[in-house]
Structure formats: C-alpha cells, structure tokens
Write a protein that binds this ligand. Sequence first.
Ligand SMILES: [Fe+2]
Length: 344
Amino acid sequence: MNLTIKDGEDIKELQESIIVLTEEEKAGVGFIISQLPPLDMQSIDDDLLLLIQLTGQQLPKRLVEALLRFRRKPNPYGVLLFRNLPTDSMLPPTPMDGRFSAAKNSFYSEYCLLLFMLYLGDPISYEDEKEGLLIQNICPVQGHENRQENTSSNFLNFHTEDGFHPYPPDYLTLIGLRPDHKKVAKTLTTSIRTALHHLPSTCISLLRQPLYRLRPSSSFKINKEGDYSVQMPILSGHFLEPDICIHFKSMEAETVDARWALDTLKNALIKNIVAFNILPGDMLIMDNRMVAHARMPFAPNFDGCDRWLQRLFTIVDFRRSSFSRGQRKHICSPLTVEYTKQVK
Ligand SMILES: [Fe+2]
C-alpha cells in the first residue's frame, strides 16, 4: 500500500480541532477529577455515570463548546484532539496481557475519558470483547504481534470499529498513558468526507449496495462454531456526507464490480491519511461513522514500560441497543447470542 500521510498538526483546517488545554484549564479539569470517588473499573454503573455527567458540566466552557460543536457538525476529518490533559502522577507497569490493571489506583485518564465522552453519547461495551469493560486498556501483548486487533504491534490496518456488530460505537476515543519506546506508533485516520470527491459515481453507487461481507474481529472471543459475518453496504445515509463501514482486512466484496469499487475506495482513503501521536495527556476522539483508523508498527519490549492507551466507546442512540443489555447496564450480549435472537 502506498500511503500518503500528513501529520494532523500540519493540516490548516484541523487547527481548531486540536485543542491544547491552557494551564488554567488543565488545573480546572484536575480539580474536578480530584473531587470524584475512586473508580471500580469492573462496575461503573448508571448512578456513577450520572454523577460524572453532572460534574462534567463544570468543565471549562471552551472544551465543552468544542465537544458540542463536534457532535453537531464534525470537521471533514472526523477527529477532535485534546492535549495537555491532567495525567496520573504514578502509573503501574503497562498490563502485559492487555487486560484490566488492578494496580492502577488513580483515575485521571479514566475520568478524562468519561467526563468528556459523556457529551458524545452513552458508554457501551461488548461482553465478548475486553471482558466487557467500559474503559479498556490498549497495550501490546506478546504473541499477538501480527494480529489485526488492538493487542498487536505490527501495522494494524484501516477499519471502522466493530462494524460487524448490530450496535457499533458512534464515537471511539483513545487517551495516552504511556508512549511506545520510540514514539513511532502513530494512530492514522482517514475520513470518507475527504475521500468521497475522488470517487466516480459508479463506484459510490456500488458501495451503497449490500455487496460486502464483513467478518467479526479476532478481539471478539467467539466460542461457538458458525459464520458470524454480515452482508452490508460500505456507504449509507446522506449522499454527500455518507457514513462508512469498512475493514481493509476482514471485508470482502461479493462480485467483481463490487471488488473494483472497494479497491477504488481504499485507494482514495489511503491518499488522505492524517497521523496523530497519542502521547500522555492526549485524547483523540474519532467519529466512527465517518472515519477509519489504523496504527503504525512499533517494537514492544514487553518490560512493563510499553505503550499504554485506554479506549472508550459511546453510542448516540443508546436505547436502540436495550434488547442486548441488562437493565441499566452498558454491556451488550455476546455476538453469538445477538445473531440468534428471536423477538417474540
Ligand atoms: Fe480499532
């Protein structure tokens, strides 16, 4: 693949969407977090989310305005970056298994995610991915180097998140806790809004038909035989500002013409890539309905000092997923159950 990559910092139209907190704003966010209770990462319930959401109304006005504007009318790149957020003063070793870290006993990164992201919908997670945790650790895991999922360290190819799921996230957020050793593991994004005008109408027309099959990610632990792939269009919604669902590795076209359209789209997407290095204190928000993301390769040492991000998904129409969740819960049922459910 011949990628054309620009740093987000170098794109003029993105400058208003890269928000570096002033020292006063940083102290303000830090003070808000210091008033909140310790988090039990394995049970973040609705009452706590309500408390966080109410507390989030005290966030500095400039930050809230950026979030609300992004929700209402995202920039064509579909990303919003906050920098200079308050960070945890002490971090335990990066979890070697990429799972929950019981050793992390301060919660600045988690509260930054929740305080900001509750402006962009309700948190959602999936029982068969990352133990159903609402806030998930993203770290390299030994033996997973070549996987096309969040525990890998070789090139992670472009995808929109969990497009095979009936309730994929609308927003996906990554916050930096610890960088990779050489600071080369950049997050790459590419938006359908910047690629669309490079596509002929014949291609767009094919991409809007259900001619594509998408397999679930290996990050979902599916312990059952069966084909859980889904047939779908790649583009949907508004003709000029469509939504996109794509996976460069796990999606296949069902006809020769559909494959041509998919290849044409991929070529347009990789000519308009924006790179972000998510360092400690940085939080990158992506609109998962218009942006595919990827990650550059890096070399982990598996020494407890490797790259560590945290991730949170939110969904705008939370009620639509209620059939899949317990009352007041935010975790969707396993994918195998989703695919066999019968509404009576
Ligand atoms: Fe992803």
